[in-house]
Design a protein around this ligand. Structure first.
Ligand code: ZN
Length: 157
């Protein structure tokens, strides 16, 4: 029996999950489905401009698996642009990972859980109000691609 696929780590959940270029109602069969793992691959590599090694490491994947997911995601996105099909972001094999970094003592840690838990306290020094760190913080702001590149992570695996 083949081994079950490794769970792919996703650091952010998209806020908009449905895109319909024509605005017309669409048959479900025509909707292209982009998995959360595929969305994360696009976000890290093409949007953030991160190095492919880093992308694979962030998602807990081998480079070849990451490349395969990225290729599939690009193809889906391209068919939306070329064919004008609606796109829905849903499903995929993934778990949400939260990374935290304390601005007071510098302690860094990870946990898995609900994406809406954006604030917690530091388990090392007890500082309240530590904010969730998204890869390459500053995401979504033009000109911030790769902002978090090369940062050392104490607990990198
Ligand atoms: Zn701390």
């Amino acid at each position: 029996m083949p081994r079950p696929p490794k769970t792919r780590r996703v650091g952010l959940i998209p806020s908009i999950t449905y895109f319909n270029p024509t605005g017309a109602s669409a048959l479900e069969a025509d909707v292209i489905r982009l998995g959360l793992d595929e969305w994360e691959a696009l976000r890290l590599k093409d949007y953030m401009g991160l190095d492919q090694n880093d992308c694979a490491r962030y998602m807990n994947l081998t480079q070849s698996t990451f490349q395969r997911i990225l290729t599939s995601a690009r193809l889906k996105l391209t068919s939306v642009v070329v064919e004008g099909k609606p796109l829905r972001i849903e499903g995929g094999n993934y778990e949400v990972i939260n990374r935290w970094s304390c601005r007071l003592c510098g302690y860094e840690w990870e946990d898995f859980g609900e994406p809406d838990e954006k604030i917690t306290h530091c388990p090392s020094c007890g500082l309240e109000g530590v904010e969730k760190e998204v890869y390459g913080s500053g995401w979504g702001q033009p000109g911030c691609q790769g902002h978090g590149r090369g940062r050392r992570r104490r607990r990198g695996r």
